[in-house]
Design a protein around this ligand. Structure first.
Ligand code: SF4
Length: 469
């Protein structure tokens, strides 16, 4: 058996500042089956050797690249402190990096819709099977594709997690309120080439039953949350489902606001829903603009153009919903002119307060299995796989762009630590770009106020944790 408290240890390392759903969801499923798992979120709590030594199965959640880098260090600690513990990685980045993880860190890897496979693994280990063959669980001996089937979802178990006060808050004007997190769907209908969801889900998505999502929201509001982030890869993949949930949310909790991630294409296609979303309490929409360059957008297969981004901004503006755009600022196809064009577009559209400065630094990640590996020009920019860093290396054909990326990343880190405001950081980045890339500022934006910022600087609702993948 494995029903002694702590024999199953679930670990999360980083989930964009949210209380980890990737702990709450399997905790509920395992407990419903008679197990007594414990969990540690190392972003807010200490993982002690005592907890590690009590565990027979340590399952580490790795939904994103940063989480995997931190999770690999946790696995090293577990191996050192408790060599006989079984180590499992689960989540999106686990299946992408399965070969390396199984060679260096893990006994088991689970990708895709992971909960049922994790439960199957726990049952097998509890029955004494130390080298189990469980659907969806990959081992050194047994290959198994990621699970892509609808799960028997249960309401996530959050009572034993650190409270919402430990996590990201929503800042709206002078008010700062605890923010919660749910997902109304998983996977994505789209297949953008740079996206880590594409090689795992291949254009499929799964809805989470409305009753499960609403019960989870209810529990979080009862625990003090006043804002909900919908972490679906795209909130309008299933618009009827998503709208029904936010209508019910608003009917039950009219003072609770929400935010969601919606791609530019969907903003244009579903332009009629935004006045209603605003009335239901949508505080802002995150949209993965990624780039404004036609060449970059074609490589990424984003499905939108520079003009579409401007139109989407107008649609949201008219509805009274701020957009918080995200970018992949540096790719092998991003020219110096294209980088500066994004800065000019942001200033011209009065978006400086809408963009977290880290967005100006993001460099394309190419994980194993990425659809970008099939790009016809890959041999011109792609380097070897850097397995311990979970990404392929790549170099820009114009070395100034790689120098610029390093310099802007250092600048943003320094200025953020010094608590400079967005407008000052933006001005410093624009000056750096002019100095390093030799691209003059747009006359329309900068005119005679060289080094200044022509913006209304409106406060924009935002979470206290900057968004990036
Ligand atoms: S980038 Fe967004 S829209 Fe594209 S595949 Fe990923 S989640 Fe879907």
């Amino acid at each position: 058996m494995m029903d002694v408290p702590g024999e199953i240890l679930l670990v999360s390392c980083y989930e964009l500042g949210h209380q980890p759903l990737t702990l709450a969801s399997p905790l509920a499923l395992l407990r419903a089956d008679g197990f007594a798992p414990v969990s540690v979120d190392t972003s807010v709590s200490e993982l002690t050797d005592e907890v590690i030594r009590a565990a027979r199965l340590v399952a580490i959640s790795v939904p994103m690249h940063t989480a995997l880098r931190l999770g690999a260090r946790v696995a090293e600690r577990v191996r050192a402190a408790h060599p006989s513990a079984h180590i499992c990685f689960y989540g999106l980045y686990a299946s992408l990096n399965a070969d390396y993880l199984l060679r260096e860190h893990a006994d088991f890897v689970i990708g895709g819709e992971y909960e049922a496979a994790l439960l199957g693994l726990a049952r097998a280990l509890a029955s004494g099977d130390v080298s189990p063959s469980v659907p969806g669980v990959r081992t050194r001996a047994v290959d198994a594709p990621p699970v892509l089937a609808r799960l028997p979802f249960v309401q996530p178990e959050r009572a034993s997690l650190p409270t919402a006060k430990s996590y990201a808050h929503l800042v709206r004007g002078d008010e700062v309120v605890p923010a919660g997190y749910v997902e109304a769907s998983r996977g994505c209908l789209h297949t953008c080439r740079h996206c880590p969801i594409t090689p795992v889900y291949g254009g499929r998505f799964f809805i989470v039953p409305r009753g499960v999502v609403l019960a989870d929201i209810r529990a979080q509001v009862a625990a003090g949350v006043r804002h909900i982030t919908f972490g679906d890869p795209d909130f309008l993949n299933g618009p009827g489902h998503s709208l029904a949930i936010v209508r019910a949310l608003h009917a039950e909790f009219p003072d609770v606001t929400f935010d969601a991630t919606i791609k530019i294409e969907h903003i244009l296609e579903r332009r009629d829903v935004f006045p209603e979303l605003a009335a239901l309490g949508c505080a802002f929409v995150v949209s993965a603009v990624e780039s404004l360059s036609a060449e970059v957008l074609r490589h990424l297969k984003k499905g939108h153009t520079r003009a579409d981004v401007a139109e989407a901004l107008t649609i949201l503006d008219d509805a009274g919903i701020p957009m918080r755009p995200t970018f992949v600022a540096f790719t092998p196809w991003t020219t110096a002119r294209a980088y500066v064009d994004v800065l000019d577009f942001i200033a011209e559209h009065d978006l400086i307060e809408h963009v977290d400065p880290v967005q100006y630094t993001i460099r394309l990640l190419v994980p194993p299995g990425s659809a970008l590996l099939e790009e016809a020009d890959a041999t011109t920019w792609l380097g070897p796989l850097d397995e311990p860093n979970f990404t392929y290396q790549w170099a820009h054909p114009d070395p100034r762009m790689d120098d610029m990326q390093r310099a802007v990343a250092a600048l943003v880190e320094r200025e953020t630590v010094a608590q400079r405001d967005n407008a000052s950081i933006f001005a410093a980045i624009r000056a750096l770009a002019e100095e390093m890339l030799g691209v003059p500022a747009s006359a329309r934006t900068w005119g005679t106020q060289r080094g200044g910022v022509a913006t209304k600087r409106r406060p924009v609702p935002h979470l206290t944790e900057a968004w990036f993948c």
